[in-house]
Design a protein. Structure first.
Length: 197
C-alpha cells in the first residue's frame, strides 16, 4: 500500500469517525451544529459512492460536482447560521443564489462538462467559502467564544490550498499532478483532524 493510499484511507476513516461522533450528539445541538453534521454526512455518502464506483472501475468524476456544490451550500448555510449580522446573512444568501444561477447557466450551455473535472465550478464554489471562513476567523481572534474556530481554520487551510492545487493540477506534467493529489489528501487529513478536535 502506497503512502498516498494510507493518507487517503486515514482521511476517510476520520471523516467516518467525525460523522458518527457529530450525529451521536445531534439531537440537543443548535442549528449550526446540525448543518455541519449534515455536511459531513453528505460528503461521506459522496465519498462512499465514489469509492464504490472507482473499485468497480466505473466513471466517478461527475460526483465532484455534487461534492463541490453540496459543500458550498451546506457551508454557506453553516456561516449564515453562525453570524449574527443581518447584512452578512443577506450577502451570503445573495452569493449563494448567484453561484447557483451561474452554474445552472454554465451546465445548460456546456452539458458535456458534467462528465469532466470542472475548474470553473471549483473556483466559483470555493472562493466564497474561503472569504466566509477568513472573515469568521478575523471576528473570533479577540473573542472569548472560540466555538467553531478549529472547523473554520481547517476549512480555510484545506479549501484555499486545495483550490490552488486543483487549478495547478491542470498542468500536463505527471509528477506535478501527483504532487497535487498527494498535497490534497494530506490537507484533507488535516482538515478532518481539526474537525475532530
Amino acid at each position: 500500500m502506497e503512502t498516498y493510499d494510507i493518507i487517503n484511507y486515514l482521511g476517510h476513516s476520520i471523516l467516518i469517525t467525525n460523522t458518527i461522533l457529530y450525529f451521536k450528539s445531534y439531537r440537543n445541538q443548535p442549528i449550526t451544529f446540525k448543518i455541519f453534521s449534515n455536511y459531513l454526512l453528505i460528503i461521506l455518502i459522496i465519498q462512499i459512492i465514489s469509492g464504490f464506483l472507482e473499485f468497480n472501475k466505473k466513471h466517478n468524476l461527475f460526483l465532484s460536482h455534487y461534492y463541490f456544490i453540496g459543500q458550498f451550500l451546506f457551508l454557506s448555510f453553516f456561516y449564515i447560521s453562525i453570524d449574527k449580522g443581518i447584512k452578512l446573512k443577506k450577502y451570503i444568501k445573495r452569493v449563494m443564489y448567484f453561484v447557483l444561477v451561474v452554474l445552472t447557466i454554465y451546465y445548460i450551455k456546456y452539458p458535456k462538462d458534467y462528465y469532466k473535472f470542472n475548474l470553473f465550478e471549483i473556483v466559483v464554489t470555493c472562493i466564497p467559502l474561503i472569504i466566509y471562513s477568513f472573515r469568521f476567523l478575523l471576528t473570533k481572534i479577540d473573542s472569548i467564544d472560540k466555538k467553531y474556530m478549529y472547523i473554520s481554520s481547517g476549512l480555510l487551510l484545506y479549501i484555499s490550498c486545495s483550490t490552488l492545487l486543483f487549478v495547478a493540477g491542470n498542468i500536463k506534467n505527471s509528477s506535478i499532478k501527483m504532487l497535487v493529489w498527494y498535497s490534497n489528501v494530506f490537507l484533507y487529513l488535516i482538515y478532518q483532524v481539526l474537525i475532530f478536535i
